[in-house]
Design a protein around this ligand. Structure first.
Ligand code: APR
Length: 183
């Protein structure tokens, strides 16, 4: 599914984020930038050790939850990896929604600051961090729509969902947002 937001395109696909031919891809990182499984494991495996070497050298304090930092992308097809730190779900009353929105917003800002025309993002926090998929989908997409309405860039924002369940949840959320925002 895809929608237009002004001059930009917001689209959903099912697949592996490490294979995306876009200017920047977003990693589902932790605040120590220490690597892990899921998206993080796949990015460092396919991208090679240069990515971790760079983040270790540039971001010695790591990255706070709800924010993101950027590095080059090693052997990946993308130019940059944006390491976003979503919240661990702990019931929804501990600022998780604001932190998830913040991680997406900062990722999009970094892409624009680095002149990226296109960005691919995963469903942050919905794996090891256990954020409920339906709520995460709505927050992810509404943050991207608001950002594109304000900034008009990046020209292509692609959410890459790993399995059919995630893709279904994002499709339902985008259909309802498209109606609300008249996209
Ligand atoms: N491409 C796209 N999506 C993927 C991929 C992939 N290659 N691998 C996993 N996913 C999906 C998962 O199915 C899930 O829906 O990405 C979503 C996020 O899952 P995680 O990668 O577990 O990220 P998160 O929940 O944010 O947890 C972050 O996990 O790997 C560690 O170091 C990481 O500590 C951090 C934590």
């Amino acid at each position: 599914m895809e929608v237009r937001v002004g001059e930009a395109t917001l689209e959903l696909c099912q697949g592996d984020i490490t294979l995306q031919q876009v200017d920047s891809i977003v990693n589902a990182a932790n605040s120590r930038l220490a690597g892990g499984g899921g998206v993080d494991g796949a990015i460092h495996r396919r991208g090679g050790p240069a990515i971790m070497q760079e983040t270790d050298a540039r971001y010695t304090q790591g990255c706070p939850t709800g924010s993101a930092v950027i590095s080059t992308a090693g052997n990946l097809p993308a130019r940059y990896v944006i390491h976003a730190v979503g919240p661990v779900w702990s019931g929804g009353q501990r600022g998780e929604a604001e932190q998830l929105a913040g991680a997406y917003r900062r990722s999009l800002e970094l892409a624009v600051e680095h002149d990226c025309q296109s960005i691919a993002l995963p469903a942050l926090s919905t794996g090891a961090y256990r954020y409920p998929m339906d709520q995460a989908a709505r927050m992810a997409l509404s943050t991207a729509v608001e950002f594109l309405k304000t900034h008009g860039r990046p020209k292509l924002v692609r959410f890459v969902l790993f399995d059919a369940a995630a893709h279904g949840a994002f499709t339902a959320a985008l259909e309802s947002l498209a109606e609300e925002f008249r996209l």
